[in-house]
Ligand binder design. Structure first.
Ligand SMILES: C[S@@+](CC[C@H](N)C(=O)[O-])C[C@H]1O[C@@H](n2cnc3c(N)ncnc32)[C@H](O)[C@@H]1O
Length: 400
C-alpha cells in the first residue's frame, strides 16, 4: 500500500511509471533511503517524502537511469550534421541556432551536439545549447566533464582526439567545448518549464520510454510548445511510436529518429525538409556530386571543402597546396588545409596552417578557435588562454 503510494508520488512528480524499471528497483531505493534517514517503517518515510523536497531529490537520484554515452546511436548526429550544412547554413546563416538536450544526464549528449556543431563550422556565437536533467548528481558529472571509457562506446570517435585531453582521472573535455553548454537543473513535466524559451532543435531521447501514455502526451505538449514552427525533435529509437504523426512529421533519414514540428498557426511557414532528407545517402568516400576536377584548372575552395567533407583528404590536401602556390595570402585556404591535416591526425602541420591563417587575418575567428583547441589539446594551457582572451575580445567587439 505505502509502496504503491510512493510509486504514485514518483509518477506524479517526475513521470516515472514503475513498471518501466520494475517495482523492485523502486522498493530497493526506498529501503536504502529509509536506512539512510533512520526511519523504521515505510509509512514514516512516505510522510517525510511528501514534505521534504530534499528527500524527494535523494530518492529520485536512486531511481533514474543515467545511462548515456557520446554520439549515442550516431545516425541522429549524422543527420544533424547534414541539416546544419545543407539547411541551416543556407537559409539561416545569421541566426543563432538554439538547441535543447533534455534529459542530458551526465552531459555526453549535449557535448556531442556541441562538438558536431563546431565540426560543422558553426562558431560558438552562432549557437546556444541548453541541457536539462532532473538529477543533480548527473549534472555535476556533466559540469566536471571528465569521462572514462564507458562514455566512449562503439565505433572510433575522432572527436576524442580532437576535443579531449587524457588525464589521470579520465578524458577531460576541452574548456572551449564545455563553455558552449548551459546546464540547468529541471523537470520536463514542471508546468512552467522553460516557459519563455523556444528551440530550433530539441533532443529528448530515452526519457519518454519511462512514461505511461498520459504522461507521454503531457511531455509531447511541452516539447511542441518549446519548439519553433520549423523545429526538429529527436527522440530515442524505442520512442518513435509515441510521436503523434498529425503534429510531427517523420524526417525520412534512416535511423535518425527525427521529426519536424508541423506548423501550429496559419501564419507559420514551414520549410518541409522531410522530403529533402529522404534522398540523403550515407556519406561515402566516392560520390559523384563533386564536379570532376580537371588537372589544369585549380578548383575553388568550396569544391575543395566538399572533397574534404567527403573524406577525400589526400586529394583535398594536395589541391589546397596547389591553390596556395597560386594564392599564397589566402587565409581561408590555410584554414582548410589545417582542417584537412587535423582530420588526417597531423596536428602539428594543422597548427602551422592555423598560425599562418591568423598571421594573414589576425581576427580570423574559425582559425583562432581551431588553434585554441589544438593548444589546449597538447597541454599548452598558457598559449590557449592567450588565444581565448583574443577570441573573447573579438566577441565583445562584435556585441558592441
Ligand atoms: C537514459 S538517460 C538519457 C540521456 C540521454 N538523453 C541519452 O539518450 O543518452 C535518462 C535521464 O533522464 C533524466 N530524467 C528522468 N526524469 C526526468 C524528468 N522528468 N525531467 C528531466 N530529466 C529526467 C534522468 O535523470 C536521466 O539522467
Amino acid at each position: 500500500m505505502t509502496e504503491a503510494k510512493i510509486e504514485a508520488l514518483l509518477k506524479d512528480k517526475i513521470g516515472l511509471a514503475a513498471n518501466t524499471i520494475g517495482s523492485y528497483k523502486i522498493a530497493k531505493a526506498v529501503e536504502k533511503r529509509k536506512l539512510a534517514c533512520n526511519f523504521p517503517d515505510s509509512q514514516t518515510y512516505l510522510q517525510r517524502l511528501q514534505i521534504s523536497k530534499d528527500e524527494l531529490e535523494e530518492l529520485i537520484e536512486l531511481v533514474v537511469i543515467p545511462e548515456t554515452w557520446f554520439f549515442r546511436d550516431r545516425k541522429p548526429f549524422t543527420f544533424l550534421e547534414h541539416y546544419i550544412r545543407s539547411e541551416w547554413w543556407t537559409n539561416r546563416n545569421n541566426n543563432v541556432l538554439r538547441l535543447l538536450s533534455i534529459p542530458c544526464s551526465s552531459g555526453e549528449e549535449p557535448y556531442s551536439i556541441a562538438m558536431l556543431l563546431l565540426n560543422s563550422g558553426l562558431t560558438p556565437d552562432k549557437f546556444r545549447i541548453d541541457a536539462v536533467d532532473i538529477s543533480k548528481k548527473a549534472l555535476l558529472r556533466a559540469t566536471n566533464a571528465v569521462y572514462n571509457k564507458n562514455s566512449f562506446r562503439g565505433e572510433d570517435m575522432p572527436e576524442r582526439e580532437r576535443y579531449f585531453q587524457q588525464t589521470a582521472d579520465g578524458y577531460e573535455l576541452s574548456k572551449f567545448v564545455r563553455n558552449t553548454v548551459n546546464f540547468i537543473h529541471g523537470n520536463l513535466l514542471e508546468p512552467f518549464f522553460l516557459a519563455n524559451k523556444k528551440y530550433n532543435i530539441v533532443f529528448c531521447r530515452n526519457l519518454l520510454i519511462y512514461f505511461d501514455s498520459s504522461t507521454c502526451s503531457q511531455a509531447i505538449d511541452i516539447l511542441e510548445r518549446i519548439l519553433t514552427p520549423k523545429g526538429l525533435l529527436f527522440v530515442g529509437s524505442a520512442e518513435t511510436g509515441r510521436i503523434p504523426t498529425n503534429r510531427f512529421v517523420s524526417v525520412r533519414y534512416p535511423f535518425s529518429f527525427a521529426y519536424q514540428k508541423v506548423a501550429d498557426q496559419a501564419t507559420d511557414v514551414v520549410v518541409d525538409i522531410t522530403d529533402k532528407f529522404s534522398v540523403i545517402k550515407e556519406v561515402s568516400p566516392k560520390t559523384d556530386n563533386i564536379p570532376s576536377i580537371s588537372t589544369t584548372q585549380i578548383p575553388n575552395l568550396q569544391i575543395l571543402r566538399k572533397l574534404a567533407d567527403e573524406g577525400r583528404l589526400d586529394e583535398a590536401a594536395s589541391w589546397c597546396k596547389t591553390y596556395l602556390d597560386q594564392q599564397p595570402t589566402s587565409a581561408q585556404a590555410y584554414l582548410l588545409l589545417g582542417e584537412v591535416y587535423q582530420a588526417k591526425g597531423d596536428n602539428e602541420q594543422a597548427e602551422q596552417c592555423y598560425q599562418k591563417a591568423i598571421y594573414l587575418e589576425p581576427n580570423y575567428y574559425e582559425a583562432l578557435i581551431h588553434l585554441t583547441l589544438l593548444k589546449e589539446h597538447r597541454g599548452d594551457r598558457v598559449g590557449a588562454a592567450v588565444l581565448h582572451q583574443r577570441i573573447q575580445r573579438l566577441n565583445k567587439n562584435q556585441d558592441n
